[in-house]
Structure formats: structure tokens, C-alpha cells
Design a protein around this ligand. Structure first.
Ligand SMILES: [Zn+2]
Length: 89
């Protein structure tokens, strides 16, 4: 495993601490990531280009309850054709 190459973005301003030239960008799992060397702020972009704030595991948020698995329950819906016939007029 090789460390991703992190590059500073000239002129970029951190959305969290407003410091300039502290934002680094790198790729992780094919998605662009940003982090701020001044305050530790980090986010990433999803496939649609939306900014996704990233939580840093070394911070205080480790006591948060674990998120439930993102897997959606498979809801199976069986339309009953018999019910469709009896429509109240
Ligand atoms: Zn910052």
C-alpha cells in the first residue's frame, strides 16, 4: 500500500478555518479528497462531485454510535391483482 500523493492547492481557502494554502488534495479510492493541514478539516467529493465532509477518527467523534449498515432492506411488494378489481365507485 502506497501513500496517496497529497498536493497543496495554491490559493485554496479552507472552508473550516479560512486559512489559505493549507488545503491538500489527493485521491482515495478514485475519489478526490481534500484536507487542511492547519485545522485538520477534511472532506471528499463523491461521484457526483458533491462535497462530503469526512470525519477524522482520531477526533472526539469516536463515541458516536456506529452507523447502521447502509444496505437498504429489500422490500418486496406484491401487488394483489384482486384488490385492483374492487374499486369503490
Ligand atoms: Zn482549515
Amino acid at each position: 500500500m502506497s501513500e496517496p500523493v497529497k498536493r497543496f492547492i495554491a490559493g485554496a481557502v479552507c472552508p473550516a478555518c479560512s486559512a489559505m494554502d493549507t488545503i491538500r488534495m489527493f485521491e482515495l479510492d478514485g475519489l478526490p479528497q481534500r484536507d487542511c493541514v492547519a485545522c485538520g478539516y477534511a472532506d471528499s467529493l463523491d461521484i457526483r462531485g458533491n462535497v462530503v465532509p469526512r470525519e477524522i477518527p482520531t477526533r472526539v467523534n469516536k463515541d458516536k454510535p456506529a452507523k447502521p449498515a447502509a444496505q437498504a432492506q429489500t422490500v418486496q411488494f406484491f401487488p394483489n391483482p384482486k384488490l385492483k378489481k374492487k374499486r369503490p365507485e
